[in-house]
Design a protein around this ligand. Sequence first.
Ligand code: GDP
Length: 288
Amino acid sequence: MTARGLRLPTGKLLKRPAALGRVNRACSTFQTFAEVLRLPTRRMTKLAFPLQELQRQLTPDSRLDLHVKTFDPSLEDISKAESIFTATGRNRIEYLSSAVRLDHAPDLPHPEVCFIGRSNVGKSSLIKALFSLAPEVEVRVSKKPGHTKKMNFFKVGKYFTLVDMPGYGYRAPEDFVDMVETYLKERRNLMRTFLLVDSVVGIQKTDSIAIGMCEEFALPYVMVLTKIDKSSRGHLLKQVLQIQKFVDTETQGCFPQLFPISSVTYSGIHLLRCFIANITGNLKTDGL
Ligand code: GDP
């Protein structure tokens, strides 16, 4: 394959291999960024920077600032971040333990990030997608009614800990709210909370529980919009604009840039890995 330079709309230059020809990639999931880089430019941009791709669809009069440049790493940084998420003999990525109370949580010196969202928002699927380069990791799902909802801790090498918080719903038991609240309020090494919102339906009443908690405790948090492959472009754009307006006008602690993702097509997953690497202090990028 011949190497050639690529200039993205953002002006970033990276040498990348020639695009795959007319190979049928319908079943591929582009888990590695090297695979994404081999795609034709338009398709590559859509997978790597889905928000930029959406912004391009906006007419000048409907152009709301989607803050696409707030976190704007180079393709090289995205590639580098991937190594943190790749399990090797020296980089062990593993499930550590579960806890129902903060005082049962593992005491680790690493920075921590947590993922929170209502049941069915696509949280387990997203965590599985983030860990797809560590196939040994088992992302536990306890959805059966009556099962205790737990916080699940994963260690990502020497870099950071990722916490899968229990999904919440209308009938979130009181002790569950207590558990999540205590964790969010008191976990000292928590660097960032990733709050998942289903892009098909937008912000729901139940999402406000988590948004309210993050705002009340003045936590830095990020909104991740899941399942973007499910909607038409028009519907997705409408939802993204609505959510962006909400973030701009109603929140204080939310990162201004949204992270749209699909755990099916892997759109936005590589950028999110890079963002996590960055905010846990493991990768200095030009993006922030
Ligand atoms: P959780 O309850 O938040 O952990 O949600 P899951 O990850 O179990 O996902 C709930 C449902 O949504 C499942 O049927 C998933 O297959 C589906 N789902 C999750 N993420 C995506 C996505 O990115 N695209 C599509 N099309 N479906 C998804």
